[in-house]
Design a protein around this ligand. Structure first.
Ligand code: CO
Length: 202
């Protein structure tokens, strides 16, 4: 699609939105008040607002390849800190998806360049959970289970950050949840690994 078409789509969207809800952009421009912070995969098929049925202004988003939570990722940490401390968000979601190309790459014995550094935490999970993973019926099921385990590990890592620990020490009701999205049915599933204050299951 040429860039001109994209800009034309934008103009149409803006006009329709403002026609349906006069003053919509003027209102949204003054402040944002999202209730959720979403950490998801960069995959174009898993846009946070769309799959969660949320409007602009309702979800603060960080996405990277395979929704990896690196404890030294300044991008993610800055977003997390801003979400909790400036926006006052209490609901944090780590969302993975089945059929994730990043998770698949982490299971292959092929060089992927920089991605191999980025995906190293997923390789570590695959090694440490190898006994659990071999119980799955086939490679595809193993990879899908690894997608889930990557989310569960991400929830733990977010909860261990000094940012979330500080919020809990202050008595703030912050919760971290793990969801997985199905590309084939468009559904989000709660993986039941939520953590709330002091790391207790939510
Ligand atoms: Co992905």
């Amino acid at each position: 699609m040429p860039l001109g078409d994209l800009l034309e789509r934008n103009r149409r969207w803006s006009a329709e939105r403002d026609a349906n809800e006069p003053g919509y952009f003027a209102r949204l421009a003054t402040h944002q008040c999202p209730e959720f912070f979403w950490i998801g995969c960069s995959d174009s098929r898993v846009p946070a607002n769309v799959v969660a049925g949320l409007d602009p202004g309702e979800v603060f988003v960080h996405r990277n390849v395979a929704n990896v939570v690196h404890s030294s990722d300044m991008n993610l940490l800055s977003s997390l800190e801003f979400a909790i401390e400036a926006l006052g968000i209490c609901e944090i979601i780590v969302c993975g998806h089945y059929g994730c190309g990043g998770v698949r790459a982490a299971t292959e014995n092929l060089p992927h360049g920089l991605a191999d550094h980025w995906l190293e935490p997923i390789r570590r999970i695959a090694r440490s959970q190898a006994l659990d993973l071999v119980r799955e019926s086939d490679l595809s099921a193993q990879r899908d289970r690894l997608c889930e385990l990557n989310v569960i590990e991400g929830v733990r890592r977010v909860a261990e950050t000094p940012i979330v620990q500080r919020a809990w020490a202050r008595g703030w009701e912050v919760s971290v949840h793990g969801l997985i999205y199905g590309l084939t049915d468009g559904l989000l599933t709660d993986l039941g690994c939520s953590l709330s204050s002091a790391g207790r299951p939510a």
